[in-house]
Design a protein around this ligand. Structure first.
Ligand code: ATP
Length: 287
């Protein structure tokens, strides 16, 4: 039996860090939404008692370090599945980009194998299992648009933002999320207007959404990787309605309601960097 599952990337419309916890994690408050830039995951059931992973690019692990492998392992062990699965991952989402590429692959494997192995788990149950892999996995299990609190696993769902174009640009140099967290200055930080963003989304107010795009990690990432700031400034100069960094970076994205403007932004950046994408917001949750 074979199945293909789509694993869409997420972007952060807002990202706030609201405190540090005793367990070393930070409490976050962020609004995430899925975009139509997706990895393609092919699942094939095999008789051997094995989980095999193949990836179309070299620098992503194809063993137990792959989050998709970990997702299959959790389901297989918890439900004592004696056969195996071959997971072929076609990466379209740039790696270490702030787009939850690994988490969404894990979430897609949870959804796909839940069907193929007839486990009958709800998305809530899959999200709970996914949390063992990472704090972005529960959101990726559901998709759509949500406010995420706690470590990112406490989700309140929102309606979809109005349809628009998303131009994503990922500079070549990655940044380490850990070093960004170490540089965060919780005291002096200017926090996003999360409540205002929720209201703008609920009212389908596109300009209101664009005005409130904000990410508290930008300052630290810009210090470590000034080219990320340059890209943001270029996108603003090209006339994007709203521009912000996603996650801990380095991907920066712009929202625009005009297709021609989206391609103007794309062409403006494509001349000097490889990883530029024009996609639509996805909006809808997985069912
Ligand atoms: P986040 O936005 O959740 O911080 P990210 O988009 O910054 O995630 P990923 O693309 O998920 O980062 O990759 C982070 C690391 O995870 C990489 O070093 C990569 O080797 C590893 N990894 C494990 N499984 C995968 C996978 N299926 N796809 C991509 N990376 C993976």
């Amino acid at each position: 039996m074979m199945k293909v599952v789509k694993a869409p990337a997420k972007i952060n419309l807002t990202l706030d860090v609201v405190g540090k916890r005793d367990d070393g994690y930070h409490d976050v408050e962020m609004i995430m939404t899925t975009v139509d830039l997706a990895d393609r995951i092919q699942l094939m059931l095999i008789e051997e008692d094995q989980i095999q992973v193949e990836v179309n690019i070299g620098h992503v692990p194809n063993d137990k370090h792959n989050l998709a492998y970990q997702a299959a392992r959790l389901l297989k062990d918890q439900f004592s599945i004696k056969s195996g699965v071959k997971i072929y991952i076609h990466k379209n989402i740039p790696v270490s980009a702030g787009l939850a590429g690994g988490s969404t692959d894990a979430a897609a494997v949870l959804r796909g194998l839940n069907d193929m192995w007839s486990l009958g788990l709800s998305l809530e149950e899959l999200a709970e299992i996914g949390l063992k892999i990472g704090s972005d996995v529960p959101f990726c299990v559901h998709g759509g648009t949500a406010v995420a609190r706690g470590r990112g696993e406490i989700l309140s769902f929102l309606p979809s933002p109005p349809p628009c174009w998303v131009v994503l640009a990922k500079p070549p140099k990655g940044v380490s999320t850990k070093s960004i967290y170490q540089r965060l200055n919780l005291e002096g930080m200017k926090h996003p207007d999360t409540e205002g963003m929720i209201q703008a989304i609920e009212e389908h107010h596109f300009q209101g959404i664009c005005q409130r795009l904000e990410n508290v990690m930008e300052t630290a990432t810009f210090e470590l990787a000034p080219e990320v700031k340059n890209i943001k400034q270029r996108l603003i100069q090209f006339g994007a309605e709203g521009t912000v960094m996603s996650g801990s970076g380095p991907t920066v994205f712009s929202l625009t309601s005009s297709e021609s403007k989206a391609y103007r932004l794309y062409n403006g950046l494509k001349g000097f960097m490889d990883n530029v994408f024009v996609v639509r917001l996805l909006g809808n949750r997985h069912l």
